[in-house]
Design a protein around this ligand. Structure first.
Ligand code: AMP
Length: 144
């Protein structure tokens, strides 16, 4: 199974935020979109960073309430790991587990195209295993 198969079961739009916006805005966007991370981008195509709930919690611990007025660029992760639609889900799941992040933007020709979360990958794998299971049960039943 490839990343494009996972994206096929998701709605298209990726939640992004401009690096100059405040953490208060980022928190509002996370809640509004019901997501755990925002891709940081000024134009919606170029990936400048990523900010997740975890970054907000860590920074809140060190900066306190002043964090809310801080700019997203101050706490975002700059070195973003990305993938392409033809990458294998199994490889991606291993990378995300090893590197301990739960979100991976998907690019086409270097531009933002989608995003997959570890939850999306687990759901896809479970669906795949259920289908395999059903086929095996059918096969065994028909062989009796
Ligand atoms: P997450 O598990 O996605 O909430 O993120 C945990 C940490 O990894 C946070 O510091 C994120 O900014 C960072 N992070 C999340 N996704 C990525 C990614 N694709 N590439 C690099 N860092 C990431």
């Amino acid at each position: 199974m490839q990343v494009k198969d996972v994206l096929a079961h998701k709605s298209g739009a990726v939640a992004t935020i401009d690096p100059g916006r405040s953490i208060a805005d980022a928190v509002a966007a996370l809640a509004q979109h019901g997501v755990g991370a925002l891709v940081v981008s000024s134009d919606g195509r170029t990936i400048q960073g990523i900010i997740s709930e975890r970054d907000v919690v860590r920074a809140l611990n060190s900066l306190g309430p002043a964090l809310l007025q801080t700019a997203v660029r101050e706490i975002m992760t700059v070195n973003v790991h990305t993938c392409v639609p033809t990458d294998e889900v199994a490889t991606l799941a291993r990378t995300m587990t090893d590197k301990r992040f739960r979100h991976m933007p998907v690019t086409i020709d270097g531009g933002l195209y989608g995003i997959v979360s570890i939850g999306d990958l687990v759901k896809s794998r479970m669906d795949e295993m259920e289908t395999e299971h059903d086929h095996l049960v059918d096969y065994i039943s028909s062989a009796r």
